[in-house]
Design a protein around this ligand. Sequence first.
Ligand SMILES: C[S@@+](CC[C@H](N)C(=O)[O-])C[C@H]1O[C@@H](n2cnc3c(N)ncnc32)[C@H](O)[C@@H]1O
Length: 257
Amino acid sequence: MTATAPRRVDIVGIGAGDPDHVTVQAVRALNAADVIFLVTKAAEQDDLVGLRRTILDRFVEQEPRLVEIRDPERARGASAAAQAGAVARWREARAQQYRSLLARELAEGQRGAFLAWGDPTLYESTLSVVSGLAAEVDVDLHVVPGISAMSALAARHRIPLNRVGGSVVITTGRRLADEGLPDAAGDVVVMLDPDCRFADLDEPGLVIYWGAYLGTEDELLVSGLVSDVAQQIVELRAAARARKGWLFDTYLLRRRR
Ligand SMILES: C[S@@+](CC[C@H](N)C(=O)[O-])C[C@H]1O[C@@H](n2cnc3c(N)ncnc32)[C@H](O)[C@@H]1O
């Protein structure tokens, strides 16, 4: 009986928009891959696909096979419950797609790599989808951390994410709208907020550190009291989105102590 050689999959964090975010560990993992899986979304803009291609052109010296996958379409739910159902259905569709992809494209003993935006462990479903399949499809799973939008935001504003001994909550725009600012948190990082939910907060002394297109040549940074700069950010955001057709932004809300 011959032993089967394990297949390996690396989920590789590529940073939040600047090719210089790509780490040495990521470069090594990409160069060791026989197959690189490029996941694109129907609504995704050329810029985002282009950045992934720039990273491959710049850092990958071998000639791995590139396999492009179109992410299943994802419905949006009006309420949190409807949204959770839509996400569950989308994850299942994705799991099925990846199950057949890994069986079809990765031979025994080969290595595959998925590119994950920012850090693969933060608001990124590739890791959980592949890790849910790892035992079933018999792959050895590895994760290469990346620079997240949150780290890029703090670095560009030259601020620590936490204050001495304090906690930081990371949340989404939807949760901020549904639940308000978490009671116990002094500092709150908000991602995935297309609706400028910060503008609805009415807390005296609340400071925002906002960044869009972090790490790219279109980067925008604004900071100040929410009461002073919210409208400026809303307008800046709308104009930038209209100009480019897409926008990624992240912000930190800092309570007065
Ligand atoms: C699907 S999540 C992916 C997060 C990613 N895994 C990370 O570690 O940053 C997408 C969200 O990340 C944030 N984001 C990603 N890249 C960004 C960038 N270059 N500038 C600002 N925000 C960014 C935005 O909040 C966006 O809605």
